[in-house]
Design a protein around this ligand. Sequence first.
Ligand SMILES: [Zn+2]
Length: 318
Amino acid sequence: MFAGFDIGGTNIKAVLTNDNGAVQYYKKIETPNSANDIVTCVSILVKSLAKTASQPLSSIKGIGIGTAGTINKKAGTIISGVNIPGFNNFPIVSKVQKFLNIPVTIENDATTALMGCISRGYSSGLNNWILLTLGTGVGAGFVFNGNIFTGQNGNSMEVGHMCINFHGPECPCGSNGCFELYTSVSSLIENAIGLIAKGIPSSLYDRMNSEPLSSKIIYEEAVKKDEVACSIFSKFAHYLGIGISNLINIFNPEAIILSGGLSQAHKCYLAETQKVIASRVLNGFKNKCRIIPVSENDYRLLPPIGAAIAAINAYGNS
Ligand SMILES: [Zn+2]
């Protein structure tokens, strides 16, 4: 068996798979605030998964960890986790291995989501394609002539920090006007808070009396045609279209697969995004790239499945 983890800014998701990467069990907890607490959570989840499967811990042959931020795969460190405080030059692989005495491998979370997509058949027939993850932040993975492109040390495609507005607001990464400042869950919520503070009438007010503001609420109210919620998704659709147009013009991919929580809200933005793409991509590239949201059943599981597959690739024959 193998364990796969997706450490995001909001939740840690974990799966236990068989030796072929088929999911046996899934667990999820909120991401704690400190890096050391995250190591403790990962260790507890591995033990809990083994217990749920009624198997000894020793039956888990490897652990894969996909994480937001930049990584050094060889050194097993997280260089910088923009959305996770404390993840700076953090040796997560050695820390988790010390707790559990099980080999651990690390990948960028967009790479694990990409591996999950391949495992679930989304890339069937595709040779050059991009996975775009729209979650707390925005990430991407790229398959180039059938191979996963990982850059020089396990990182590439940090498209969330592609500048799409030179005069835009400052980003925690140090740049400004980054793609994810307009197309992430965080950006939707910030945008909503800004509009609500202006006192514009919206059904979002009523929802917020009984639950915290979330991208799910904004999506549900946009479906019901609330003007504020619709305008938030309209802005989102516009900037998403700009970013995707850049990616199409650079890579000329056969498809861009949308994953992450906001991929499930596609009916609120995809038609508008497609119009922006049609107006911005080069003539030879128009209507050549399919935009494919992953299914509701898959979007939560793709990154931890991919992380487990990374562990199978690393330790499957040992
Ligand atoms: Zn940035």
